[in-house]
Design a protein around this ligand. Sequence first.
Ligand SMILES: Nc1ncnc2c1ncn2[C@@H]1O[C@H](COP(=O)(O)OP(=O)(O)OP(=O)(O)O)[C@@H](O)[C@H]1O
Ligand SMILES: [Mg+2]
Length: 222
Amino acid sequence: MYVLALVTQKGGSGKSTLAVGIAVAAMANGERVAIVDADPQGTISKWRERRGHPYPRIVRVADPAGIEGALVNLEAEGIWLTVIDTAATNNDLAMRAIAGADLCLIPARPSLADIEAAIPTLIAVRRLNRRFAFVLNQTPPRGCRVSEAATSLNSLGVLALPCIGQRNDHQDALGAGLGVTEFSQEGRASEEVCELWRWILKKLVEGASAHEPHERNEKAPY
Ligand SMILES: Nc1ncnc2c1ncn2[C@@H]1O[C@H](COP(=O)(O)OP(=O)(O)OP(=O)(O)O)[C@@H](O)[C@H]1O
Ligand SMILES: [Mg+2]
């Protein structure tokens, strides 16, 4: 099972939105996907209540010690990918999520405040020796802020591609209990999330190649 954690202590940068978007995009070929909701705010759990499908499977974890057990159970269930959504704080729960992840994705809006706020998370990720990438989220359609932010993030580590634009589809999908790829399949937001998911999968596969191979599951009941 691959484990992807969305982490940054900066609030509102898009952890939950991207967790949902990526998890649903990852189900496109019938893969079994889960989201661990490790944020007491419960954004993902509330999203699930608006959703009429059993997948992605949602598991809520409130106790830091519960992360490892949740991951073991999901792997035993045959889940192929687990996405962990974390709270905007470098608490013990977030640290356990980072420690359990094959790849940590650190979303940041293209502002100095977001990038600065991501640094303690980056330090934690490096201390735990985890693979990571930044992703620029909520990027405006034009202007030089995106390229400036991309330069800063590239200097700190890897920047996932593409940048995810500021688009209403993300907010509307979340409100409708859908992933953005389900909400507006042909939309630009959907295309970007699919492309981002392909980028992430490549990194997960590269990271796993040194270890035992991850088997793809049979078609999930989604
Ligand atoms: N690419 C995007 N385009 C438009 N709106 C977005 C995008 N990404 C996130 N948002 C919106 O920004 C707000 C914050 O996003 P989200 O809740 O995903 O952030 P978060 O990092 O999970 O926040 P928190 O730290 O509070 O958990 C939400 O209203 C969400 O719908
Ligand atoms: Mg959130």
